[in-house]
Design a protein around this ligand. Structure first.
Ligand code: NZQ
Ligand code: ZN
Length: 384
Protein backbone atom coordinates (compact mmCIF):
# COMPACT_ATOMS: atom_id res chain seq x y z
CA UNK A 1 0.00 0.00 0.00
CA UNK A 2 1.23 3.53 -0.75
CA UNK A 3 1.61 6.15 1.98
CA UNK A 4 -1.31 8.49 2.42
CA UNK A 5 -2.93 11.19 4.55
CA UNK A 6 -6.69 11.06 4.63
CA UNK A 7 -9.38 13.34 6.00
CA UNK A 8 -12.89 13.97 4.79
CA UNK A 9 -14.29 16.85 6.83
CA UNK A 10 -17.67 17.14 5.05
CA UNK A 11 -20.52 16.31 7.41
CA UNK A 12 -23.15 14.24 5.62
CA UNK A 13 -26.84 14.55 6.50
CA UNK A 14 -28.36 11.57 4.73
CA UNK A 15 -32.02 10.63 4.28
CA UNK A 16 -35.58 11.87 3.89
CA UNK A 17 -36.38 15.36 5.18
CA UNK A 18 -32.77 16.15 5.95
CA UNK A 19 -32.88 19.44 4.04
CA UNK A 20 -34.35 21.01 7.19
CA UNK A 21 -30.97 20.34 8.81
CA UNK A 22 -29.34 23.25 7.00
CA UNK A 23 -30.99 25.62 9.48
CA UNK A 24 -28.61 24.34 12.16
CA UNK A 25 -25.66 23.58 9.90
CA UNK A 26 -25.25 27.21 8.74
CA UNK A 27 -24.14 29.75 11.38
CA UNK A 28 -27.11 31.87 12.47
CA UNK A 29 -25.23 35.10 11.75
CA UNK A 30 -24.21 34.15 8.20
CA UNK A 31 -25.45 36.07 5.17
CA UNK A 32 -26.14 33.20 2.79
CA UNK A 33 -26.03 33.17 -1.01
CA UNK A 34 -28.10 30.26 -2.31
CA UNK A 35 -26.71 29.18 -5.69
CA UNK A 36 -28.58 26.95 -8.12
CA UNK A 37 -28.96 26.00 -11.74
CA UNK A 38 -31.67 26.31 -14.36
CA UNK A 39 -34.64 25.93 -12.04
CA UNK A 40 -35.27 22.20 -11.54
CA UNK A 41 -35.26 22.92 -7.79
CA UNK A 42 -38.27 25.20 -8.22
CA UNK A 43 -40.45 22.50 -9.80
CA UNK A 44 -39.51 19.60 -7.53
CA UNK A 45 -40.01 21.25 -4.14
CA UNK A 46 -36.34 21.43 -3.14
CA UNK A 47 -36.28 25.24 -3.37
CA UNK A 48 -39.32 25.48 -1.05
CA UNK A 49 -37.65 23.22 1.50
CA UNK A 50 -34.49 25.35 1.40
CA UNK A 51 -36.50 28.57 1.79
CA UNK A 52 -38.36 27.08 4.77
CA UNK A 53 -35.10 25.98 6.40
CA UNK A 54 -33.52 29.43 5.94
CA UNK A 55 -36.43 31.34 7.48
CA UNK A 56 -34.27 32.71 10.30
CA UNK A 57 -31.23 33.48 8.14
CA UNK A 58 -30.38 36.49 6.02
CA UNK A 59 -30.10 35.17 2.47
CA UNK A 60 -30.27 35.94 -1.24
CA UNK A 61 -29.94 33.86 -4.39
CA UNK A 62 -28.01 33.44 -7.63
CA UNK A 63 -29.47 31.18 -10.32
CA UNK A 64 -28.42 30.09 -13.79
CA UNK A 65 -25.28 28.05 -13.11
CA UNK A 66 -25.33 25.89 -16.21
CA UNK A 67 -24.30 22.24 -16.76
CA UNK A 68 -20.50 22.37 -17.15
CA UNK A 69 -20.42 25.61 -15.19
CA UNK A 70 -18.81 28.52 -16.97
CA UNK A 71 -16.25 30.94 -15.66
CA UNK A 72 -18.34 33.73 -17.17
CA UNK A 73 -21.47 32.84 -15.16
CA UNK A 74 -19.51 32.20 -11.97
CA UNK A 75 -17.90 35.63 -12.16
CA UNK A 76 -21.36 37.24 -12.11
CA UNK A 77 -21.98 35.57 -8.76
CA UNK A 78 -18.60 36.81 -7.51
CA UNK A 79 -19.68 40.36 -8.38
CA UNK A 80 -22.94 39.91 -6.49
CA UNK A 81 -21.09 38.60 -3.43
CA UNK A 82 -18.77 41.59 -3.45
CA UNK A 83 -21.67 44.05 -3.84
CA UNK A 84 -23.92 42.53 -1.19
CA UNK A 85 -21.46 41.09 1.30
CA UNK A 86 -22.50 37.43 1.39
CA UNK A 87 -20.25 35.34 3.61
CA UNK A 88 -21.63 31.80 3.14
CA UNK A 89 -22.58 29.88 -0.03
CA UNK A 90 -25.27 27.21 -0.10
CA UNK A 91 -25.07 25.29 -3.38
CA UNK A 92 -28.31 23.50 -4.28
CA UNK A 93 -27.93 21.23 -7.28
CA UNK A 94 -25.79 18.69 -9.07
CA UNK A 95 -22.06 18.62 -9.75
CA UNK A 96 -22.19 21.71 -11.96
CA UNK A 97 -23.82 23.94 -9.36
CA UNK A 98 -21.48 22.59 -6.68
CA UNK A 99 -18.33 22.94 -8.81
CA UNK A 100 -19.36 26.43 -9.93
CA UNK A 101 -20.00 27.39 -6.31
CA UNK A 102 -16.59 26.10 -5.25
CA UNK A 103 -14.98 28.30 -7.86
CA UNK A 104 -17.15 31.26 -6.80
CA UNK A 105 -16.14 30.66 -3.16
CA UNK A 106 -12.45 30.82 -4.09
CA UNK A 107 -12.73 33.60 -6.69
CA UNK A 108 -14.59 35.88 -4.25
CA UNK A 109 -11.50 35.92 -2.03
CA UNK A 110 -8.85 35.84 -4.75
CA UNK A 111 -6.56 38.80 -5.29
CA UNK A 112 -5.85 38.85 -9.02
CA UNK A 113 -7.47 37.19 -12.04
CA UNK A 114 -9.45 34.17 -10.80
CA UNK A 115 -9.12 32.33 -14.12
CA UNK A 116 -5.47 31.80 -13.11
CA UNK A 117 -6.72 29.36 -10.43
CA UNK A 118 -7.74 27.08 -13.30
CA UNK A 119 -5.35 28.01 -16.09
CA UNK A 120 -2.16 28.47 -14.08
CA UNK A 121 -2.86 26.47 -10.93
CA UNK A 122 -2.67 29.69 -8.87
CA UNK A 123 -2.79 28.97 -5.15
CA UNK A 124 -6.15 29.37 -3.39
CA UNK A 125 -5.36 30.88 0.00
CA UNK A 126 -8.89 31.78 1.15
CA UNK A 127 -12.47 30.89 0.24
CA UNK A 128 -15.98 31.51 1.49
CA UNK A 129 -17.44 28.62 3.49
CA UNK A 130 -19.71 26.35 1.46
CA UNK A 131 -22.58 23.96 2.19
CA UNK A 132 -24.43 21.72 -0.27
CA UNK A 133 -27.88 20.31 -0.93
CA UNK A 134 -27.23 17.59 -3.51
CA UNK A 135 -29.92 16.97 -6.14
CA UNK A 136 -28.08 14.62 -8.53
CA UNK A 137 -25.87 11.77 -7.33
CA UNK A 138 -22.98 11.50 -9.77
CA UNK A 139 -19.82 13.49 -9.30
CA UNK A 140 -18.98 13.18 -5.60
CA UNK A 141 -18.40 16.95 -5.62
CA UNK A 142 -20.62 17.27 -2.54
CA UNK A 143 -17.86 15.87 -0.34
CA UNK A 144 -14.58 16.47 -2.13
CA UNK A 145 -12.28 19.38 -2.85
CA UNK A 146 -12.37 19.24 -6.68
CA UNK A 147 -14.07 21.54 -9.13
CA UNK A 148 -14.15 21.68 -12.93
CA UNK A 149 -15.00 24.95 -14.68
CA UNK A 150 -15.24 25.83 -18.37
CA UNK A 151 -14.28 28.97 -20.24
CA UNK A 152 -16.80 29.52 -23.03
CA UNK A 153 -14.47 31.85 -24.93
CA UNK A 154 -11.48 29.52 -25.12
CA UNK A 155 -13.16 26.06 -24.96
CA UNK A 156 -11.08 25.13 -21.94
CA UNK A 157 -12.60 22.85 -19.29
CA UNK A 158 -10.13 22.81 -16.41
CA UNK A 159 -10.02 21.37 -12.90
CA UNK A 160 -8.70 22.80 -9.65
CA UNK A 161 -8.60 21.43 -6.13
CA UNK A 162 -8.33 23.07 -2.73
CA UNK A 163 -9.23 21.88 0.77
CA UNK A 164 -10.62 25.39 1.29
CA UNK A 165 -13.54 24.71 -1.09
CA UNK A 166 -14.47 21.33 0.37
CA UNK A 167 -18.12 21.61 1.50
CA UNK A 168 -18.58 21.87 5.27
CA UNK A 169 -21.72 19.78 5.01
CA UNK A 170 -23.82 18.04 2.35
CA UNK A 171 -27.47 17.06 2.53
CA UNK A 172 -28.19 13.84 0.64
CA UNK A 173 -31.93 13.19 0.46
CA UNK A 174 -32.59 10.32 -1.98
CA UNK A 175 -36.18 11.49 -2.56
CA UNK A 176 -34.87 14.47 -4.56
CA UNK A 177 -33.90 11.94 -7.26
CA UNK A 178 -37.58 11.36 -8.06
CA UNK A 179 -37.62 14.30 -10.47
CA UNK A 180 -34.42 13.38 -12.29
CA UNK A 181 -34.81 12.77 -16.03
CA UNK A 182 -33.54 9.44 -17.39
CA UNK A 183 -30.53 11.10 -19.01
CA UNK A 184 -29.30 12.43 -15.66
CA UNK A 185 -29.89 9.14 -13.84
CA UNK A 186 -27.84 7.46 -16.54
CA UNK A 187 -25.11 10.08 -16.23
CA UNK A 188 -25.00 9.67 -12.47
CA UNK A 189 -24.57 5.91 -12.45
CA UNK A 190 -21.92 5.97 -15.18
CA UNK A 191 -19.91 8.84 -13.68
CA UNK A 192 -19.81 7.19 -10.26
CA UNK A 193 -18.87 3.83 -11.82
CA UNK A 194 -15.99 5.38 -13.76
CA UNK A 195 -14.76 7.25 -10.68
CA UNK A 196 -14.35 3.92 -8.92
CA UNK A 197 -12.72 2.33 -11.97
CA UNK A 198 -10.15 5.12 -12.30
CA UNK A 199 -9.03 4.50 -8.70
CA UNK A 200 -9.28 0.70 -8.81
CA UNK A 201 -8.26 -0.48 -12.24
CA UNK A 202 -4.54 0.26 -12.10
CA UNK A 203 -1.98 -2.19 -10.63
CA UNK A 204 -2.09 -4.09 -7.33
CA UNK A 205 -0.39 -2.62 -4.26
CA UNK A 206 -2.00 -4.97 -1.72
CA UNK A 207 -4.54 -2.29 -0.83
CA UNK A 208 -7.07 -4.90 0.22
CA UNK A 209 -9.36 -2.51 2.07
CA UNK A 210 -9.42 -0.05 -0.84
CA UNK A 211 -9.93 -2.84 -3.40
CA UNK A 212 -12.81 -4.43 -1.54
CA UNK A 213 -14.50 -1.10 -0.89
CA UNK A 214 -14.16 -0.29 -4.59
CA UNK A 215 -15.49 -3.71 -5.61
CA UNK A 216 -18.47 -3.23 -3.28
CA UNK A 217 -19.27 0.12 -4.86
CA UNK A 218 -19.00 -1.29 -8.39
CA UNK A 219 -21.25 -4.22 -7.49
CA UNK A 220 -23.78 -1.89 -5.86
CA UNK A 221 -23.91 0.28 -8.98
CA UNK A 222 -24.22 -2.77 -11.24
CA UNK A 223 -27.04 -4.21 -9.10
CA UNK A 224 -28.97 -1.06 -8.26
CA UNK A 225 -28.21 1.22 -11.24
CA UNK A 226 -30.46 -0.53 -13.78
CA UNK A 227 -33.35 -0.56 -11.26
CA UNK A 228 -33.53 3.25 -11.50
CA UNK A 229 -35.13 2.85 -14.91
CA UNK A 230 -38.02 0.65 -13.81
CA UNK A 231 -41.54 2.09 -13.44
CA UNK A 232 -41.51 1.66 -9.70
CA UNK A 233 -38.21 2.68 -8.07
CA UNK A 234 -37.72 2.05 -4.37
CA UNK A 235 -36.32 4.51 -1.87
CA UNK A 236 -33.64 1.93 -1.05
CA UNK A 237 -32.41 1.78 -4.65
CA UNK A 238 -32.12 5.54 -4.81
CA UNK A 239 -30.43 5.66 -1.40
CA UNK A 240 -27.87 3.03 -2.40
CA UNK A 241 -27.01 4.74 -5.69
CA UNK A 242 -26.75 8.11 -3.98
CA UNK A 243 -24.43 6.87 -1.25
CA UNK A 244 -22.33 4.87 -3.72
CA UNK A 245 -21.82 7.97 -5.86
CA UNK A 246 -20.64 9.99 -2.86
CA UNK A 247 -18.33 7.22 -1.63
CA UNK A 248 -16.92 6.82 -5.14
CA UNK A 249 -15.11 10.15 -5.01
CA UNK A 250 -14.76 11.27 -1.40
CA UNK A 251 -11.09 10.30 -1.16
CA UNK A 252 -11.52 7.04 0.75
CA UNK A 253 -11.05 4.40 -1.94
CA UNK A 254 -8.26 6.35 -3.64
CA UNK A 255 -6.12 6.79 -0.52
CA UNK A 256 -2.99 4.64 -0.63
CA UNK A 257 -3.52 3.22 -4.13
CA UNK A 258 -2.38 4.34 -7.61
CA UNK A 259 -4.92 6.30 -9.65
CA UNK A 260 -5.48 6.59 -13.38
CA UNK A 261 -7.84 9.48 -14.50
CA UNK A 262 -6.85 9.25 -18.18
CA UNK A 263 -10.47 8.56 -19.21
CA UNK A 264 -11.58 11.69 -17.35
CA UNK A 265 -8.90 13.87 -18.92
CA UNK A 266 -9.92 12.80 -22.43
CA UNK A 267 -13.55 13.22 -21.42
CA UNK A 268 -13.13 16.84 -20.32
CA UNK A 269 -11.66 17.74 -23.72
CA UNK A 270 -14.57 16.03 -25.49
CA UNK A 271 -17.10 18.03 -23.47
CA UNK A 272 -15.19 21.28 -24.05
CA UNK A 273 -15.11 20.74 -27.82
CA UNK A 274 -18.34 18.86 -28.57
CA UNK A 275 -20.63 19.49 -25.59
CA UNK A 276 -21.31 15.86 -24.67
CA UNK A 277 -22.39 15.42 -21.04
CA UNK A 278 -19.50 14.52 -18.74
CA UNK A 279 -20.62 10.92 -18.19
CA UNK A 280 -21.38 10.42 -21.89
CA UNK A 281 -17.72 11.12 -22.67
CA UNK A 282 -16.57 8.59 -20.07
CA UNK A 283 -18.71 5.80 -21.50
CA UNK A 284 -17.30 6.47 -24.97
CA UNK A 285 -13.68 6.40 -23.79
CA UNK A 286 -13.45 3.88 -20.93
CA UNK A 287 -14.00 0.58 -22.80
CA UNK A 288 -11.34 1.48 -25.36
CA UNK A 289 -8.97 2.79 -22.66
CA UNK A 290 -9.33 -0.53 -20.83
CA UNK A 291 -8.50 -2.36 -24.04
CA UNK A 292 -5.52 -0.14 -24.85
CA UNK A 293 -4.10 -0.57 -21.33
CA UNK A 294 -4.90 -4.26 -20.99
CA UNK A 295 -1.30 -5.37 -20.42
CA UNK A 296 -0.47 -2.62 -17.90
CA UNK A 297 -3.75 -3.31 -16.08
CA UNK A 298 -3.70 -7.08 -16.54
CA UNK A 299 -3.76 -8.17 -12.90
CA UNK A 300 -6.46 -5.74 -11.85
CA UNK A 301 -8.53 -6.49 -14.95
CA UNK A 302 -8.52 -10.16 -13.95
CA UNK A 303 -9.39 -9.28 -10.35
CA UNK A 304 -12.27 -7.11 -11.64
CA UNK A 305 -13.43 -9.89 -13.97
CA UNK A 306 -13.45 -12.46 -11.21
CA UNK A 307 -14.56 -10.56 -8.12
CA UNK A 308 -16.87 -7.90 -9.54
CA UNK A 309 -18.31 -9.61 -12.60
CA UNK A 310 -18.02 -13.22 -11.41
CA UNK A 311 -16.34 -14.36 -14.63
CA UNK A 312 -14.33 -17.55 -15.08
CA UNK A 313 -10.72 -16.38 -15.44
CA UNK A 314 -9.06 -19.68 -16.31
CA UNK A 315 -8.40 -18.34 -19.79
CA UNK A 316 -7.02 -14.92 -18.91
CA UNK A 317 -7.18 -13.29 -22.31
CA UNK A 318 -10.78 -14.38 -22.84
CA UNK A 319 -11.74 -13.17 -19.36
CA UNK A 320 -10.23 -9.73 -20.01
CA UNK A 321 -12.10 -9.41 -23.31
CA UNK A 322 -15.32 -10.42 -21.56
CA UNK A 323 -14.74 -7.97 -18.72
CA UNK A 324 -14.35 -5.09 -21.16
CA UNK A 325 -17.42 -6.18 -23.14
CA UNK A 326 -19.49 -6.56 -19.96
CA UNK A 327 -18.49 -3.10 -18.80
CA UNK A 328 -19.76 -1.63 -22.05
CA UNK A 329 -22.91 -3.72 -21.85
CA UNK A 330 -23.51 -2.46 -18.29
CA UNK A 331 -23.41 1.09 -19.69
CA UNK A 332 -26.03 0.04 -22.24
CA UNK A 333 -28.17 -1.45 -19.48
CA UNK A 334 -28.30 1.94 -17.78
CA UNK A 335 -29.27 3.44 -21.14
CA UNK A 336 -25.91 5.00 -21.95
CA UNK A 337 -24.51 5.11 -25.48
CA UNK A 338 -20.85 4.27 -25.91
CA UNK A 339 -19.70 5.53 -29.33
CA UNK A 340 -18.86 8.94 -30.78
CA UNK A 341 -21.11 8.14 -33.73
CA UNK A 342 -24.09 7.98 -31.36
CA UNK A 343 -23.59 11.72 -30.80
CA UNK A 344 -22.84 12.63 -34.41
CA UNK A 345 -19.14 13.18 -33.70
CA UNK A 346 -17.00 12.08 -36.67
CA UNK A 347 -13.41 11.10 -37.37
CA UNK A 348 -12.18 14.70 -37.58
CA UNK A 349 -12.67 14.88 -33.80
CA UNK A 350 -9.65 12.64 -33.16
CA UNK A 351 -7.09 15.24 -34.29
CA UNK A 352 -8.92 18.09 -32.60
CA UNK A 353 -9.19 16.36 -29.23
CA UNK A 354 -5.57 15.22 -29.41
CA UNK A 355 -4.40 18.77 -30.19
CA UNK A 356 -6.37 20.06 -27.21
CA UNK A 357 -4.79 17.39 -24.96
CA UNK A 358 -1.37 18.55 -26.12
CA UNK A 359 -2.25 22.20 -25.46
CA UNK A 360 -3.19 21.28 -21.90
CA UNK A 361 -0.06 19.19 -21.32
CA UNK A 362 -2.02 15.93 -21.10
CA UNK A 363 0.70 13.98 -22.82
CA UNK A 364 1.55 11.29 -20.24
CA UNK A 365 -1.64 10.23 -18.48
CA UNK A 366 -2.53 7.23 -16.34
CA UNK A 367 -0.94 5.40 -13.44
CA UNK A 368 2.23 4.66 -15.43
CA UNK A 369 2.15 7.92 -17.45
CA UNK A 370 1.86 5.51 -20.37
CA UNK A 371 -1.11 7.17 -22.05
CA UNK A 372 0.84 9.31 -24.49
CA UNK A 373 -0.77 11.40 -27.20
CA UNK A 374 -0.39 8.44 -29.59
CA UNK A 375 -2.22 6.15 -27.17
CA UNK A 376 -4.97 8.74 -26.66
CA UNK A 377 -5.32 9.12 -30.41
CA UNK A 378 -5.67 5.36 -30.84
CA UNK A 379 -8.26 5.18 -28.03
CA UNK A 380 -10.27 8.00 -29.59
CA UNK A 381 -10.10 6.46 -33.07
CA UNK A 382 -11.27 3.11 -31.73
CA UNK A 383 -14.23 4.83 -30.03
CA UNK A 384 -15.71 6.43 -33.18
O1 NZQ B 1 -29.79 23.24 -13.67
P1 NZQ B 1 -30.95 22.49 -13.16
O2 NZQ B 1 -32.26 23.09 -13.53
O3 NZQ B 1 -30.86 22.21 -11.69
O4 NZQ B 1 -31.00 21.07 -13.90
C1 NZQ B 1 -29.94 20.13 -13.79
C2 NZQ B 1 -29.08 20.06 -15.05
O5 NZQ B 1 -29.78 20.46 -16.19
C3 NZQ B 1 -30.56 18.75 -13.75
N1 NZQ B 1 -30.92 18.32 -12.38
C4 NZQ B 1 -30.11 18.25 -11.29
N2 NZQ B 1 -30.80 17.75 -10.24
C5 NZQ B 1 -32.06 17.52 -10.67
C6 NZQ B 1 -32.15 17.89 -12.04
N3 NZQ B 1 -33.29 17.80 -12.74
C7 NZQ B 1 -34.36 17.30 -12.11
N4 NZQ B 1 -34.36 16.90 -10.83
C8 NZQ B 1 -33.24 16.99 -10.07
N5 NZQ B 1 -33.22 16.54 -8.80
O6 NZQ B 1 -29.54 17.89 -14.24
C9 NZQ B 1 -28.79 18.58 -15.23
C10 NZQ B 1 -27.33 18.24 -15.11
O7 NZQ B 1 -26.80 18.71 -13.88
P2 NZQ B 1 -25.22 18.73 -13.63
O8 NZQ B 1 -25.00 19.35 -12.30
O9 NZQ B 1 -24.52 19.33 -14.81
O10 NZQ B 1 -24.84 17.19 -13.60
P3 NZQ B 1 -23.71 16.41 -12.83
O11 NZQ B 1 -24.04 16.28 -11.40
O12 NZQ B 1 -23.50 15.18 -13.61
O13 NZQ B 1 -22.42 17.35 -12.90
C11 NZQ B 1 -21.57 17.37 -14.01
C12 NZQ B 1 -20.42 18.34 -13.80
O14 NZQ B 1 -19.57 17.94 -12.71
C13 NZQ B 1 -18.22 17.81 -13.18
C14 NZQ B 1 -18.39 17.47 -14.63
O15 NZQ B 1 -17.22 17.68 -15.38
C15 NZQ B 1 -19.52 18.39 -15.03
O16 NZQ B 1 -19.05 19.69 -15.27
N6 NZQ B 1 -17.47 16.83 -12.36
C16 NZQ B 1 -17.11 17.20 -11.11
C17 NZQ B 1 -16.34 16.40 -10.30
C18 NZQ B 1 -15.93 16.82 -8.95
N7 NZQ B 1 -16.14 18.07 -8.57
O17 NZQ B 1 -15.39 16.02 -8.18
C19 NZQ B 1 -15.83 15.10 -10.75
C20 NZQ B 1 -16.47 14.61 -11.99
O18 NZQ B 1 -15.60 13.69 -12.62
C21 NZQ B 1 -16.87 15.67 -12.96
O19 NZQ B 1 -15.77 16.11 -13.73
ZN1 ZN C 1 -16.50 12.13 -13.43
Amino acid sequence: MLNFSFVNPTQIHFGKDQIAHIAKAIPATAKVLVTYGGGSIKSNGVYDQVVAALKDHAWGEFSGIEPNPSYQTCMKAVELIKQEGYDFILAVGGGSVIDGSKFIAAAAKFAGEPWDILAKGAQVSAALPLGVVLTLPATGSESNSFSVVSNLDTHDKLPFASPLVQPLFAVLDPTVMESLPTRQLTNGVVDAFVHVMEQYLTYPVQGKVQDRFAEGLLQTLIEEGPKLFADDVSYETRANVMWAATMALNGLIGAGVPQDWSTHMLGHEITALYGLDHAQTLAVVLPRMMAAQREAKREKLLQYAQRVLGLDVSNEDVAIEQAIAETESFFHRVQMKTRFADYGVGAEAVEKITAQLERHGMTALGEHQAVTLDVSKAVLSASL
